[in-house]
Ligand binder design. Structure first.
Ligand code: PMP
Length: 308
């Protein structure tokens, strides 16, 4: 499927992607007043079935983000799950794919006040062109601080807040790193530009707590589930100091797009002894789970697209 040939969902119906336009006067375009989700679909290696991973959880979080931005949609979580599977079907997607629902302030106005008119757009495309297939990253601690809860809440996945991530990502790339880790305004480890962060210290696995200006990542939750339920490793959610990044045995990022990726260097310092046995094992389990190869999977985590 060429992106130009597919359909998108916009203003209550499926439209050809090439006609899926929004007006330049749209509040969301003028001010970034939209919230979104990034969802992955995985093709089963044998059956060709496509599973959307944690679809309901993504739409639950979208509705939470909508609440923060006072966006009200005429759709329930179940409606949006159905609209999404229908769109993937109509686009004839039988390979790995990426789904992006965007709930946005649709009024045409220069006024700042959060406008009354809201809309939902959904795009579903095959994945190849978005994929970054790397297993170990060299990252820096960003000179940019994470947006804080009382400014632009990181807990809500607000489009405009991604200016913060774009600044950090661009700085990191220009300085020769692959990506960046944000600190909070108070100087504690927060998260990556589009992913959550975990460290392993003294055999314990730690991750910033949900009050450290992070997005409450769905992959973060999946990873905690895999570590605690399947690998017998307890995860501590707590404040993490910058220097713990320099003294950790292993560090990894996780997110829908990034999946589970080891961080091999932080600010030019090799993490641990340069090996990542725990992350490698976790990564294997993660792929078995999302691809539908692992038998055990919590109810509702894998939504088949093509019936059955
Ligand atoms: N933090 C940020 C800033 C993100 O953009 C993302 C990607 N959505 C994540 C964390 C990871 O969230 P999830 O696992 O739900 O994709």
């Amino acid at each position: 499927l060429a992106v130009e040939e597919g359909h998108a969902f916009l203003r209550g119906r499926q439209v050809p992607l090439r006609d899926a336009h929004v007006n330049v006067m749209t509040h969301a375009f003028l001010f970034g007043t939209a919230v979104y989700e990034g969802i992955r679909g995985y093709a089963h290696p044998d059956t060709g079935q496509v599973y959307l991973f944690r679809l309901q959880d993504h739409f639950r979080r979208l509705l939470e983000s909508c609440g923060v931005l006072r966006i009200s949609l005429p759709y329930s979580v179940e409606d949006m799950c159905r609209l999404t599977t229908e769109l993937v079907q109509v686009n004839g997607i039988r390979e790995d794919c990426y789904v992006r629902p965007i709930a946005y302030k649709a009024g045409l106005q220069f006024g700042l006040r959060l406008a009354d008119r809201d809309d939902l757009a959904i795009v579903a495309v095959p994945l190849e062109r978005f994929h970054r297939d790397r297993t170990s990253l060299s990252v820096c601690v960003s000179s940019w601080r994470r947006v804080r809860d009382n400014a632009i809440p990181a807990r809500a996945k607000i489009n405009g807040a991604y200016v913060n991530s774009a600044l950090a990502m661009t700085e990191a790339l220009e300085r020769g790193f692959d990506d960046a880790i944000f600190l909070t305004e108070d100087g504690y480890v927060s998260e990556g530009t589009g992913m959550n962060v975990f460290i392993v210290r003294g055999g314990r696995v730690c991750t910033p707590s949900v009050t450290d200006d992070i997005l409450e990542g769905i992959t973060r939750d999946t990873v905690i589930h895999l570590l605690e339920r399947h690998m017998g490793i307890k995860v501590e959610a707590r404040r993490i100091n910058r220097t713990e990044l320099y003294t950790a045995e292993e560090i990894f990022f996780c997110g829908t797009g990034m999946e589970v990726v080891s961080v091999g260097q932080v600010d030019g310092r090799t993490v641990g002894r340069g090996q990542s046995p725990l992350v490698d094992a976790l990564r294997r389990r993660y792929f078995e789970l999302v691809r539908g190869v692992a038998e055990e999977c919590p109810a509702g985590w894998r939504t088949p697209v093509h019936g059955g």
